[in-house]
Design a protein around this ligand. Structure first.
Ligand SMILES: [Zn+2]
Length: 101
């Protein structure tokens, strides 16, 4: 973890704000909340489960409701996965194109 202000990694915990861990930079005293969700910090397991749901025919909004992952994040994962493994996603390319455009 780094300070968003000075990029120092010398960070201390500084209580909680709105239920999230608050941090303070020892060097510049900048306070910040490390929000994993906004930084796309999902685990590889969550990502794999979302992609599995997608290839099994679930829509992005449905996966969003079940896994609590924003649908644009899932769309990005599908795009990445599609580039790495084009054959696995080929049969759904048409519907995928309609949904995101
Ligand atoms: Zn700092």
């Amino acid at each position: 973890m780094q300070c968003p202000e000075c990029q120092s990694t010398h960070i201390n915990k500084n209580g909680h704000k709105k239920g999230k861990q608050n941090h303070i930079c020892v060097r510049c005293k900048r306070q910040f909340i490390n929000d994993y969700q906004s930084q796309k910090g999902y685990s590889a397991e969550v990502k794999r489960e979302c992609l599995k749901m997608y290839v099994n025919g679930m829509g992005f909004r449905a996966i969003e409701r079940v896994k609590n992952v924003h649908h644009t994040t899932i769309i990005n994962w599908v795009k990445q996965a599609g580039e790495i493994l084009p054959n696995c996603y080929e049969e759904r390319n048409d519907s995928f194109g309609k949904r995101i455009r």
